[in-house]
Design a protein around this ligand. Sequence first.
Ligand code: NAI
Length: 390
Amino acid sequence: MFSKDTVVGVIGSGAMGSGIAQVAAMAGHKVIIYDSNEAAIEKSKSNLNNLLKKLLEKQKLTEQAATEISQKLYFSKSFNSFSECGIIIEAIVENLEVKQKVFSEAEKIVSENCILATNTSSLSIASVASSCKKNSRVLGIHFFNPAHIMPLVEIIPSLSTDASIVTETKKLIDSWGKLTVIAKDTPGFIVNRIARPYYGEAIRIYEEGFADFQTIDWAMKEIGGFKMGPFELMDFIGNDVNYKVTETVWEQFFYDTRYKPSLTQKRLFESGRFGKKSGRGYYDYSEEAVNPEPQKDKELGEKIFLRILSMLINEAVDAFYLNVASKEDIDLAMTKGVNYPKGLLKWCDQIGIDKIYNQLKNLQDEYGEDRYRPSVLMKRMESKGEKFFT
Ligand code: NAI
């Protein structure tokens, strides 16, 4: 279905669209990038040129390769140029009505066999595809930010996507040097669903006064081996973006309390304390700022780590139980999509499912909240002493 001659269309030349275009061009495809905003196109052009220059400077590309890549990138102010595309990846604003309109417009122009993909992080693929006449050719291809660096891509078929399209698209994205996982069309797919407690449980611990945020960050890095603590990471992602994802996942799960957003994060968002980009989030990023030191108490750190990790493992187990993805893909997604030090299911095997289960049961008994309910699969496996991997 696809070859190096397949022309790739990208709709939206923002952060994600530009990154995806670069990946496709570097893999040898002609790429047509369209954006409704002329300034966005100019910005994308100059960002891509700068990126190629940097790669050249670092000797990661030869001069000839850099020229060839830039010659493969075509910027267009018109939708009509998509008629020659074999696949189109949409990366425009995260708004269902706007995406649906763009998909139904694109379908009028593209060939009968052109695949239509969305890079949405929070909308259902079924809802985007519903605007197309031939919805069997629509699927999700979810890159991570920055798309040219992060190795993981989630491939998400909707209920209507043709199985052969999923297989061929996976092969295509693999050939771009990415690691692909297949995810069910459920809120947050794999990574954005399973990662929720990394933020939510950390905020809960902070709200309770059990530990301050710098100590929680210290515990997760020092004891857990995570590259960034939850608060540092939320400040990096942006508390506006992270809050929105949490709220959307919660709403889409019909308000399951396990995904309930926190008032702490909402207030930060409302106060414009978005994090690094606004100069202030949990931490102060101004030049003269002196941020508080963590309380380096190993016993406290172990408790924080086990509580957050147990919640993460519970999400991973439940996602596996509900067939969101295979256990291999779940572990790959968390290590390659958000750089977790280990796959969560493997981690569960190593620590012992009984220890994780008991931690969750104790929390559930103490708080009386559904938030801490262990996945039924964890309960069953614990009673039989089973492991995920042999
Ligand atoms: P962005 O705001 O950087 O870029 C969006 C671009 O779409 C803008 O240049 C805008 O002019 C253009 N656009 C808006 N409406 C359009 C239309 N009707 N037709 C053509 N172009 C239009 O956004 P970003 O961050 O690149 O996100 C794009 C998509 O990727 C969203 O669906 C987002 O949820 C998803 N995504 C974002 C990630 C991130 O970390 N930023 C990660 C993974 C997915």
